[in-house]
Design a protein around this ligand. Structure first.
Ligand code: PMP
Length: 406
């Protein structure tokens, strides 16, 4: 298939706007992605013509909204190749999905002194969610180290296991280094020790084909807004056997079967974990986003972004004083860097004046910054609509900023 990036760009109205009179060059896709027309229109269309609360109504609109919401669950199921829609729980995003598992898993499966293994390159949401439980119940976090290229040390990982290890929770792709972690191997080893694995797919789902059954992940979580869908909706995939075992996370409507003051019984999966009115407008729009990327083809997107990243790495390395953090063999389209002794915030602010949107700071991964011995980086992260011309503009921008500091 011919990858027609210009045609793709036409689907994203925001990409043709200007900032400070300059064409917008949006390289902050790791934080959130822009939305194609079909996603935005899905939101307005559903509010204008279908809006009604789901699951409860006997009336036509409610049933239509319910059908859309449940059809979206099926779209998500297919997208990640889960066995059943009972394994697809809608949440507010990656963070809520991890907190849900952390809370329900620790409550029901762990006791004081038990251990969760995470990696040194985790996002705060995959650290602090566990720390909150750790403080409450005396859970211990063990950390997989990495080498200087930003690759996890699998031998060290294996050494972290003990009879107290109850769960492994790791990012599929690092939001700072771009490293694509060998999650299949990580899962295989954990399973050989009888330990389940949660994979944080926030940075992988938008960029590669993910098959939760092929990976044999026990939990896989992601956010809608990073995969060209709306904010406020995300997904927790969990193997049915695990979701059956875990207690509900929040109480309220939707998640119950029968309620009395003496005893309440809970709804079946996945509704047991979906307390309150769900974001049924968001689920439909998320399904539209998944249909959109599926139509382009996840493998085509991965190949295109890989080439773009290789090109960007090559061009960025031409810049005097360039230091790139994360040169893993398997690397996605996230590039963190510093130039000379220019502060990341100054670089980001001056690039912004040139119309180039990058992120600066610790990227919600402070422990990783400590490992790298820095306070923060400038991060350029690509999406399916970025181009080599935009990479060239980034390089020219960095050179211009460097000259100002020379
Ligand atoms: N994990 C990773 C790897 C991320 O990159 C992010 C977002 N930067 C999150 C978790 C949190 O996602 P959200 O804020 O959408 O819940």
């Amino acid at each position: 298939m011919q990858y027609d990036v210009n045609k793709i760009r036409e689907d994203f109205p925001i990409l043709s706007r200007t900032v400070y009179g300059k064409p917008l060059i949006y390289l902050d896709n790791g934080a959130t992605t822009q939305k194609p027309r079909c996603v935005v229109e899905s939101i307005t269309d559903e509010y204008y013509s279908v809006n009604a609360n789901v699951h409860r109504g006997v009336h036509f609109l409610s049933q239509q909204a319910t059908n859309l919401h449940e059809a979206s669950r099926e779209t998500v199921r297919k997208f990640i190749n889960a066995r059943s829609t009972s394994e697809i729980v809608f949440t507010r995003g990656t963070t809520e999905s991890i907190n849900l598992v952390a809370s329900s898993f620790v409550d029901s499966q762990m006791k004081e002194g038990d251990e969760v293994i995470v990696s040194v390159m985790e996002h705060h949401s995959n650290i602090v969610s566990w720390q909150l439980q750790a403080a409450r119940k005396g859970i211990v976090l063990k950390v997989i180290p990495m080498n200087d290229r930003g690759e996890l040390l699998l031998d060290e990982y294996k050494k972290l296991f003990s009879e107290k290890t109850k769960l492994v929770s790791v990012a599929h792709v690092s939001n700072v280094l771009g490293t694509i972690n060998p999650v299949k191997e990580i899962i295989e080893f954990a399973h050989s020790q009888g330990v389940p694995v949660l994979v944080d797919g926030a940075q992988s789902i938008p960029h590669m084909k993910v098959d939760v059954q092929a990976l044999d992940a026990d939990f896989y979580v992601f956010s809608g807004h990073k995969v060209y869908g709306p904010t406020g909706i995300g997904v927790l995939y969990g193997k049915e056997a695990w979701l059956e075992k875990l207690p509900p996370y929040q109480g309220g409507g939707e998640m119950i079967k029968n309620v009395s003051f003496e005893k309440t019984t809970f709804n079946e999966l996945p509704f047991k974990f979906e307390a309150g009115t769900p974001d049924y407008i968001g689920s439909t729009a998320l399904a539209k986003a998944l249909d959109y990327v599926s139509a382009i083809g996840m493998d085509n997107i991965a190949a295109y972004e890989h080439e773009l990243t290789q090109y960007a790495m090559g061009r960025l390395k031409e810049i005097p004083g360039m230091r790139i953090f994360g040169e893993a063999e398997q690397k996605g389209g996230v590039i963190s860097f510093l130039v000379g002794n220019i502060h990341h915030f100054d670089m980001g602010t001056l690039l912004d004046r040139l119309g180039i949107a990058v992120r600066t700071g610790h990227h919600c991964a402070e422990p990783l910054m400590h490992r790298l011995g820095i306070e923060g980086t400038v991060r350029a992260s690509f999406g399916l609509y970025n181009t080599k011309e935009e990479v060239d503009a980034l390089v020219a921008g960095i050179l211009r900023v460097s000259q100002m500091f020379a």
